[in-house]
Design a protein. Structure first.
Length: 608
């Protein structure tokens, strides 16, 4: 290009001729004299600055040129791609911005004359002093081959921040600060899910960094919403957590700790196992006991039986012979329904309490262990509690507690130990099982593992389809001997008359030892049946015989009666177990059965 084009000037332009109106509007150094401009030019402060010194001369015009002209002016510093992108823009570009970006030097600034001549030469139009200009960020993006207004999602920035990118970490922090709990809950549409490329550059990102980031799309925005929801949940939990007072840690010698027996609300130790089912403790007096089962297992009905036993002092254990009070918190049943079921169970209703939480305005609020444990503890010290029931316990953890997260559930359940020790009461929480056949009973408890881990005892309840009986089995015991013997029970309907109208209400009736196994019963139920008679008979024989030797007639009759199967089926199951039989020498002789030890011969096919 010639010097004439490089300087963007032309002596042939009519406005450079003496006496022309265009020439009269310029002073000798090539700048526009503000005094000769239209009166309204001062309304555009970006293009012309105000006369701040009061001398009436005004200041220099903030010169801008068309983007296409700027592309030619700076082509030595621009890539071909950037030059084309800039040349396609219809807006003007501030010459000051070109200097700021290092595209031209201060000495290379064109005069207004030169700019006007270039407009005529390149675009066949004159210079427009009023045209809008590109923002500096937009110009920078064009020059560096990126769009400064392009949106980058929080989810993308979080992944980048995990790779120890400082600018991304600052960006994530900035978005977290914007998305407070109050803003997210009160103005959901105002969630800040993205930052622009320009904002990332301001935080220290390089051009290479931002060019490699994908633009925000529907998927990344949805992922960003989930991240913000997790942040807000943490913020809510922190807000609910009371401030801890200043505290100190001291050391206590174990010898200074008061000795105390392990106390049990319900234990069958020392009692006839054929009557009570197990020979160990069921419900500890100090700590949480979880009672779990599938739907329709009658878990609640079992708890009303427990409550009735406690109110009359009938449970063998610490309060045997001492009627105690029971506190019931149930979210799935109304108070009137709970009363009917307690009446059917035979409870002393004057010893059963149903807590209610209300505001001074009479509004009923949900009770939670997290928020109301101190209040509950204070109330219980005013009565004679023996049992507190949460039905189901997950509904009383507190609003916002994620029941699938152990780090949220455990801090709520652990303080229940303090309540049991201060009030001398057992705590029972009802819980559900999932339908999975994988894993043992404890791993099938729904939600967080804290429900089983915090519990000192876990009791399973199941409905045995083949006998229409309920099975109760101790599945975990931290403080006592774990035995896998089980109770069996029936749920019968009893008549309850209210205002002259009678209705049937379920009542739990204990029947003694069960020869069934809870895991087997549950597995059969999930498979859609009761399991084969032979398999159930094997389980029952293994439980009934154990390591003992018993008369075959007694064994066959007991197992056949409980499982509602034939004695011949029991006999075949005994053979399949490689059982050992022998005839006694006394008269009349009897056949004795026991399970075979390893290496022994199987039962005689002709044995009774």
């Amino acid at each position: 290009m010639s010097d004439e084009k490089n300087n963007l000037q032309s002596s042939n332009d009519p406005r450079n001729r003496a006496g022309s109106p265009e020439a009269n509007s310029h002073n000798g150094n090539g700048y526009v004299d503000p005094a000769d401009l239209p009166a309204d030019i001062g309304k555009r402060p970006r293009r012309v600055s105000d006369d701040t010194d009061g001398d009436g001369d005004g200041d220099e015009l903030a010169l801008a040129v068309p983007a296409r002209v700027a592309a030619e002016l700076c082509k030595a510093k621009l890539t071909l791609r950037a030059r084309r992108a800039l040349g396609q823009r219809s807006l003007y570009v501030n010459v000051d911005d070109l200097v700021t970006l290092g595209l031209i030097t201060d000495k290379q600034r064109p005069t207004v004359d030169a700019a006007d001549i270039a407009c005529h030469h390149i675009m066949r139009v004159g210079l427009d002093l009023y045209e809008k200009t590109l923002p500096l960020d937009t110009l920078r993006g064009i020059v560096d081959n990126y769009d400064p207004h392009r949106q980058i999602a929080l989810a993308t920035l979080t992944d980048v921040a995990d790779a120890d990118n400082e600018y991304a970490a600052l960006a994530v922090k900035k978005l977290r600060d914007r998305n407070t709990v109050g803003r997210a809950e009160g103005r959901r549409a105002a969630l800040a899910l993205t930052l622009t490329v320009a904002e990332l550059l301001a935080l220290g990102a390089t051009n290479t960094d931002v060019r490699g980031l994908p633009s925000a799309d529907e998927g990344s925005r949805a992922a960003s919403v989930r991240i913000i929801e997790n942040w807000n949940e943490v913020d809510r939990s922190d807000a609910r957590r009371p401030a801890l007072p200043a505290a100190s840690i001291t050391l206590t010698k174990a010898s200074a700790v008061t000795r105390r027996h392990a106390d049990w609300l319900w234990t069958t130790e020392g009692l006839n196992p054929l009557e009570y089912g197990v020979t160990a403790a069921m419900i500890p007096l100090h700590g949480l006991t979880t009672i779990a089962g599938r739907e329709q297992a009658a878990k609640s009905t079992f708890c009303w039986w427990l409550a009735a036993q406690v109110t009359h002092g009938l449970l063998p254990g610490h309060y045997a012979g001492q009627p105690r009070d029971v506190v019931i918190l149930a979210s799935e049943d109304s108070e009137t329904k709970i009363r009917r079921r307690l009446e059917a169970a035979g409870a002393d209703l004057n010893r059963v309490y149903l807590p209610t939480k209300t505001t001074p305005d009479g509004i009923t609020l949900p009770i939670s262990i997290r928020d109301d444990l101190d209040t509950l503890t204070a109330l219980l010290t005013g009565i004679e509690p023996g049992l507190v029931i949460f039905d189901p316990i997950k509904d009383f953890l507190g609003d916002g507690v994620n029941t699938d997260r152990e780090d949220e559930v455990r801090p709520v359940l652990t303080p229940l130990l303090r309540l049991t020790e201060e009030c001398g009461t057992a705590v029972v929480g009802l819980h559900h099982l999932n339908k999975s056949l994988k894993g043992d009973f404890l791993t099938r408890l729904t939600g967080s593992g804290a429900f089983k881990n915090v519990s000192r005892s876990v009791i399973g309840v199941a409905h045995e389809l083949t006998t229409d009986r309920r099975l109760v089995q101790l599945m975990k015991s931290n403080d006592g001997e774990l035995t896998r013997s089980a109770f069996q029970a029936r749920v019968i309907g009893v008549d309850i008359t209210i205002d002259g109208r009678t209705e049937k209400v379920g009542k739990w009736v204990m029947e003694g030892v069960s020869l069934s196994d809870l895991d087997t019963v549950l597995a059969a139920k999930e498979r859609g049946g009761g399991g084969s008679a032979a398999e159930r008979a094997k389980d029952a024989l293994a439980k009934y015989l154990g390591d003992a030797e018993k008369p075959s007639e007694e064994v066959k009759q007991a197992v056949a009666k409980q499982l509602n199967i034939s004695e011949e089926t029991v006999k075949r199951a005994f053979r399949d177990l490689d059982g050992v039989s022998r005839r006694t020498k006394e008269k009349p002789s009897r056949t004795m059965w026991r399970l075979a030890a390893e290496g022994e011969n199987r039962a005689d096919d002709t044995a009774d």
